[in-house]
Design a protein around this ligand. Structure first.
Ligand code: GDP
Length: 472
């Protein structure tokens, strides 16, 4: 008890006016920045600025125990990310008990005979990773970089490497499709080395495993490599204390209402806990493990399905336990009004929007806006694209949709984009005619045309990370 806003500002590195703004958002007001605030309120503020609340507690007596690694699979399209995840999922107990059929819930756990286990995020690719990182969720401990032995290092391989490096997440390489007659794992290794990856057999510390996802070869070696990597990292988490987790997927079930799959980072989540998840809140009605079994509590690195939220959160949202319904409601309302505020701003001043031009500006801005123009083949698709782009929004990044339309990308779209420094998104339409494409290039306007929503999100996710590097 007894911390003042001044002290909190010193300890968090945030400015006093900003902290006061947060207090106002959660419905608390203080006359003086020297007035002591309760630990409860300090905790809420800490949540709002996304710092680990336990930093504010004394850590004395906190018991840290080893936890399992959380792994994301990345790599170039068609190199076998999905196949590898499928194959790994088949080695999990859940799959065995369910006769090989498991529901896609965003994550699964592979348990080894040694008792150790590995949690895999079940969404391959860079979109999920970028979106989550853009939202500040450091949920992944290790990246499995999949490279096809017959194709070698490709653009998205490099992209994955750069993502992992920027996020400071170690890589374990899986050279896939080694069953193919034209597989050349050695060539892949040489390519990776020339891209600056310090592979083990060249004296570095990056492990390389040769696998075949479709033939099921080398999966056990890959799992062992991941465990070894995680031992080296000495992953630990506090078991007791309030839970912290990250949402990896969320949906609505007709009967059970909003459901969120979350990966536990630390602490213990219990049925009945009041939680705030992004801008949503609720009292946990049920926690299920990945086999769909209802459990009373969940600990670090476990993927769990949470039932009892009032609304659907977004991937990358943090799950934090609070003490009462009142607090939960307040915080959720504060966050919602913040989102609403940006929506309203959007209508008033489309011309004033711009990207942060330099690092300083980036660091000072709370949320970076990316103005977007959407063009698609039919109205229904426009709506679908708009909805999925909204899923990339976070407290750090806001995709501000300034114009939507049906049909080809035209000169007037480019003009508008130029006026607003916007990026143009085309879905299920042709690339713009050459004169329009040329005008866009000249004006330095990014045009992303895709036919698969996943690819669109992937490209935008990367763009977000590129333009808002201060956000993770
Ligand atoms: P992703 O785009 O990275 O998710 O790649 P997919 O998992 O969809 O795989 C792309 C194609 O490669 C599919 O046709 C797979 O059947 C094939 N494939 C994946 N892994 C292997 C493998 O280990 N060996 C062979 N021969 N084919 C593979």
């Amino acid at each position: 008890e007894g911390m003042t806003i001044v002290e909190l500002s010193k300890r968090t590195g945030e400015t006093i006016p900003y902290l006061q703004q947060i207090l106002a958002n959660i419905g608390e007001s203080f006359d003086s920045e020297f007035e002591p605030i309760s630990i409860d309120i300090a905790e809420l503020i800490a949540m709002e600025i996304g710092i680990n609340i336990r930093r504010l507690h004394s850590d004395e007596g906190a018991i840290l125990l080893p936890r399992s690694p959380v792994v994301t699979v990345m790599g170039h399209v068609d190199h076998g990310k999905t196949s590898l995840l499928d194959a790994l999922r088949q080695t999990s107990i859940a799959a065995k008990e369910a006769g090989g059929i498991t529901q896609h819930l965003g994550a699964f756990v592979v348990s080894m005979s040694s008792g150790a286990s590995i949690t895999f995020l079940d969404t391959p690719g860079h979109a999920a990773f970028s979106a989550m990182r853009a939202r500040g969720a450091a949920v992944t401990d290790i990246v499995v970089l999949v490279v096809a032995a017959d194709d070698g290092v490709m653009p998205q391989t490099l992209e994955a490497i750069s993502h992992a490096k920027k996020a400071n997440v170690p890589i374990v390489v899986a050279i896939n499709k080694c069953d193919k007659p034209d597989a050349d794992p050695q060539k892949v290794k040489n390519q990776l080395v020339s891209e600056g990856l310090m592979l083990e057999e060249f004296g570095g510390d990056i492990q390389v495993i040769e696998v075949s996802a479709t033939k099921g070869i080398g999966l056990d070696l890959l799992e062992e490599a991941l465990l070894l990597q995680s031992e080296l990292m000495d992953l630990k988490a506090q078991i007791d204390g309030p839970a912290q987790a990250f949402v990896v997927e969320a949906r609505v079930d007709r009967g059970r209402g909003p459901l969120a799959t979350a990966i536990m980072k630390s602490g213990t989540l219990s049925s009945g806990n009041r939680i705030v998840v992004g801008a949503e809140w609720g009292k946990i009605r049920a926690i299920r493990d990945m086999m769909g079994k209802v459990i009373e509590t969940a600990g670090p690195s476990m993927p769990v399905e949470i039932e009892g939220l009032k609304g659907v959160p977004l991937a990358g949202d943090d799950v934090v336990v609070v003490h009462s319904d009142g607090r939960a409601k307040m915080l959720s309302a504060g966050r919602k009004s913040k989102v609403e505020e940006y929506r309203l701003n959007k209508k008033s001043s489309p011309k004033s929007v711009k990207f942060a031009d330099n690092d300083e500006e980036r660091e000072n801005s709370i949320q970076i806006e990316m103005p977007i123009i959407i063009k698609a083949d039919v109205q229904g698709t426009v709506q679908a694209v708009e909805d999925s782009l909204n899923s990339l929004n976070s407290s750090q990044v806001f995709l501000k949709i300034i114009h939507v339309g049906v049909g080809a990308i035209s000169q007037s779209d480019v003009d508008l984009a130029q006026a607003c420094n916007a990026c143009i998104v085309g879905f299920n339409i042709r690339n713009p005619v050459s004169s329009v494409a040329f005008a866009a290039t000249k004006a330095n306007i990014k045009i992303c045309v895709h036919r698969v929503i996943y690819h669109l999100l992937e490209e935008l996710g990367n763009l977000i990370v590129e333009r808002a590097p201060g956000t993770f």
